[in-house]
Write a protein that binds this ligand. Sequence first.
Ligand code: DAK
Length: 263
Amino acid sequence: MVYSSLELTCADGIATLTFNRPKALNALNSTLLEELADALDSIRADESIRVLILTGAGEKAFIAGADITEIATLTPLAAKKFAQFGQDIISKLQGLAIPAIAAVNGYALGGGCEMALACDFIYASEKALFGLPEITLGLIPGFGGTQRLPRLIGANRAKEMIFTGQHLTATEAQAIGLVNKIFAPEELQAAVEKVAKLIATKGKASLCAAKQTVGQGLNTDLTTGLSIERDAFALCLANPDSKEGTSAFLEKRKPVFTGELNS
Ligand code: DAK
């Protein structure tokens, strides 16, 4: 599939997806969402990819939300279909086995904030602004924001953001645990690539096991979570990467992880 609103590049085990409608501040229209679904499928199918980075083209925006020109024309039935389509894609992103990092370089509003929330963590530019302004449009978040945001920052803070529709600066977002780290705009991409490269040196099987275990554990009680962790730990021992990692430590050398997910 040839993309018109998205760029996908892959190098050294790192895939980078760039939302590319800068004139509309990378707003999510149907074309972009269809391209994103296709790109996520090809990333999932490529065993060589260990980390995904998401970012926005241009100086101003990560994603300024769902495309309001399209939302304005939706009937209630079409809105339900649109919400299902968007939620499926964002769940597909969250469901990727590999780690995903959002490099938020500007506005991350509405569906854009929700896209970043479906990543494993967020690095932001000092210019980034986060918000769920749907209430101002007479709507509510429809791409998982009412569910993922309270799980990440707590119900009270999430409700404040959802009820007011106000933007948070990168510093405010970091203070409530929405953003991990903040960088000068010109340093963001390099910082994200640096951490992605570090993650890509780790074994794919243990990375995926760690991501899956944290994700599943958050949706259950501690006892069940610890049981999930035990099983995943045991599975790591069945992968050659654990032999390589422990041998490399004992031999005082750097490990080279080559294990496949199913090895
Ligand atoms: N959709 C379409 N176009 C957008 C857009 C958007 N979300 N955001 C910006 N643009 C376009 C602007 O219309 C403008 O286009 P032209 O006039 O140049 O043709 C261009 O991008 C540049 O924007 P501005 O001229 O407005 O730039 P400013 O720097 O002055 O302001 C801004 C930047 C981000 C503060 C402002 O553009 C803005 O407030 N944008 C809207 C932000 C927003 O409200 N985002 C949330 C969208 S709603 C659901 C499913 C999903 C959702 C909800 C329900 N279900 C079906 C239940 C999700 C909803 C959303 O995400």
